[in-house]
Design a protein around this ligand. Structure first.
Ligand SMILES: NC(=O)c1ccc[n+]([C@@H]2O[C@H](COP(=O)([O-])OP(=O)(O)OC[C@H]3O[C@@H](n4cnc5c(N)ncnc54)[C@H](OP(=O)(O)O)[C@@H]3O)[C@@H](O)[C@H]2O)c1
Length: 383
C-alpha cells in the first residue's frame, strides 16, 4: 500500500468509527434516534444519496424490456407505504397495492402510475382496482398488461378478504419478488374481526402471516439475481413490551389499552419475522422487520394525537420513514442481504430487538408463538 493510500484508508477507517460512535449515541438517546434528526445525522455521516433512486443497486433489474419486478405492498395508499410504492414505481416496479379505503387506493394508484416511466398503455388508474364489494370480480378487467400496477381493497385484519386478495393476485401474477407488510393502525377501542380475533392482532400479525403463507408459492426460490424478500413494518413502540400473544388473544374491552395492544402486535411482527427468516434462508428467500422512526402520518395523527402534536417539529417525513424499506427492497448485494437476513432494521442498519432484559424472548417462545399463529389461522372458520 502506498503511503497516500494508507493515509486515505486510515482516514476512512477513522471516519467510519466516528460515524458508528455517533450512530450508537443516537441509538442510546432513543428520541434522537427515532426523530428526523436521527435520519438526517445518519444520512450525512454515512453519505447516503437521498435523491431517489438513492442507490442504483437493482443493476437494471426491472428496467427496460425485462419483466418488471413485482411488489405486493399492504398499506400502500398513504404515508410510508405510499412513499415506498412511489420510489419502487419510479424504478419501474409493478406495484400491487392493498389497503381498505377505495378512494385512497384510487389516488395512490394514480400517483404510482404517474411515477412509472414505462407505463403499459391503456387503462385508467381507476379501472385497476379490485374491490371487495361485489366479490372482486366487479371490475371485469380480464388479463392486465404485463407489469401493470393495480390495487385491491381489503381489510388486512379480515382473513377472508386476504384469501380473496390472494385469489386476485394469483389470477394476474405468476411471480412476486417482494412483499411488504406496511398496513397498520392503532385501534382506539377494542374491536373484533369477523373471525372473532382482536383487530390489532389480526391486522398486524394474522393477516400478514396468512398473506405471507399464501404468496410464498409465487416467490421464486433461486440463488442468483434478485432474492425474493418479505419485510414487516414494525414500530419502535415494541421495545416497551415482551412478546405476549396471550395479551391480545385474551384481552377484554375494559383491560384493552390501544398503544399497549399496538406495541404487543408490533413486537410479535419482529419476532415472527426472525422465525420466517430462519425457515426461508435455505431457499434463498429473505425476511426482515424494520421500524421507520417517528413519522408524520395519519396513523399517529389519529392514533396518538397529543404525542404527534408535541413531536411535530421532530417528526420524519414519510419518505424518510420509508428509506430503510426502499433500501432493503433495492439492495441486490446478495451476500450482504444474507448477512442481514432476519434483522430488525432502522436507518439501514440492524438494531437490537430489546433494550430491556425483561423484554427478551427465547427462541422456543418465538417458535411457540409462530406455531400458535399458524394454528389460529388454520383453525379459523372459512366462509
Ligand atoms: N408513522 C409512524 O410514526 C410510525 C411509526 C412506527 C411504525 N409505523 C407503522 O408504519 C406503517 C405505515 O403507517 P403510516 O405511518 O404510513 O400511516 P398511514 O399513512 O395511516 O398509512 C397506513 C396504511 O395502512 C392502511 N391500513 C390501515 N388499516 C388497514 C386495514 N385494516 N386494512 C388494510 N389497510 C389498512 C391504510 O390505508 P386505509 O386506511 O385506506 O386502509 C394506509 O395505506 C404502519 O404499520 C404503522 O404501524 C408508523
Amino acid at each position: 500500500m502506498t503511503q497516500e493510500l494508507a493515509v486515505t484508508h486510515l482516514f476512512g477507517t477513522k471516519k467510519a468509527l466516528f460515524a458508528d460512535l455517533i450512530d450508537s449515541l443516537l441509538e442510546v438517546s432513543v428520541l434522537g434516534s427515532f426523530s428526523d434528526a436521527g435520519y438526517t445525522v445518519r444520512s450525512k455521516l454515512y453519505g447516503w444519496d437521498t435523491s431517489y433512486p438513492v442507490h442504483d443497486v437493482t443493476g437494471g433489474l426491472g428496467k427496460g424490456k425485462d419483466a418488471p419486478l413485482t411488489a405486493v405492498i399492504t398499506g400502500f395508499s398513504s404515508g410510508i407505504g405510499l412513499a415506498t410504492s412511489l420510489e419502487l414505481a419510479r424504478n419501474n416496479w409493478q406495484i400491487i397495492g392493498i389497503a381498505s379505503n377505495r378512494d385512497r387506493c384510487a389516488n395512490a394508484l394514480e400517483s404510482i402510475r404517474g411515477a412509472q416511466s414505462n407505463l403499459p398503455a391503456g387503462q385508467e388508474a381507476q379501472a385497476n382496482i379490485f374491490t371487495c364489494e361485489g366479490g372482486y370480480e366487479n371490475n371485469a378487467l380480464g388479463k392486465l398488461p404485463l407489469g401493470t400496477s393495480y390495487a385491491i381493497t381489503a381489510d388486512v385484519a379480515e382473513l377472508s378478504q386476504i384469501d380473496q386478495a390472494v385469489n386476485v393476485i394469483k389470477k394476474h401474477n405468476t411471480k412476486i419478488d417482494l412483499l411488504i407488510h406496511c398496513a397498520g393502525k392503532i385501534y382506539p377501542e377494542m374491536c373484533l374481526t369477523q373471525n372473532g380475533f382482536e383487530s390489532t392482532l389480526a391486522l398486524h400479525v394474522l393477516g400478514p402471516h396468512l398473506l405471507t403463507k399464501s404468496l410464498l408459492e409465487l416467490m421464486p426460490i433461486k440463488t442468483t439475481g434478485y432474492l425474493p424478500r418479505i419485510i414487516w413494518v414494525s414500530s419502535g413502540g415494541m421495545y416497551a413490551v415482551k412478546m405476549g400473544l396471550d395479551k391480545l388473544l385474551y384481552c377484554g374491552k375494559s383491560t384493552y389499552r390501544s398503544t399497549k395492544a399496538y406495541a404487543y402486535a408490533k413486537r410479535i411482527q419482529v419476532e415472527l419475522a426472525e422465525i420466517w427468516a430462519i425457515k426461508l434462508a435455505e431457499e434463498n428467500r429473505l425476511a426482515f422487520s424494520m421500524h421507520p422512526g417517528f413519522v408524520d402520518t395519519r396513523a399517529i395523527q389519529e392514533g396518538i394525537p397529543l404525542f404527534t402534536k408535541l413531536m411535530k417539529p421532530f417528526l420524519r417525513t414519510p419518505l424518510q420513514g420509508a428509506d430503510t424499506l426502499i433500501y432493503l427492497a433495492l439492495l441486490n448485494q446478495n451476500e450482504a442481504l444474507r448477512t442481514l437476513n432476519g434483522s430488525f432494521m432502522l436507518d439501514r442498519k440492524p438494531r437490537s430487538t430489546s433494550k430491556l432484559k425483561s423484554t427478551i424472548s427465547s427462541v422456543s417462545e418465538k417458535i411457540l408463538t409462530f406455531e400458535t399463529v399458524e394454528k389460529l389461522i388454520s383453525d379459523r372458520e372459512v366462509e
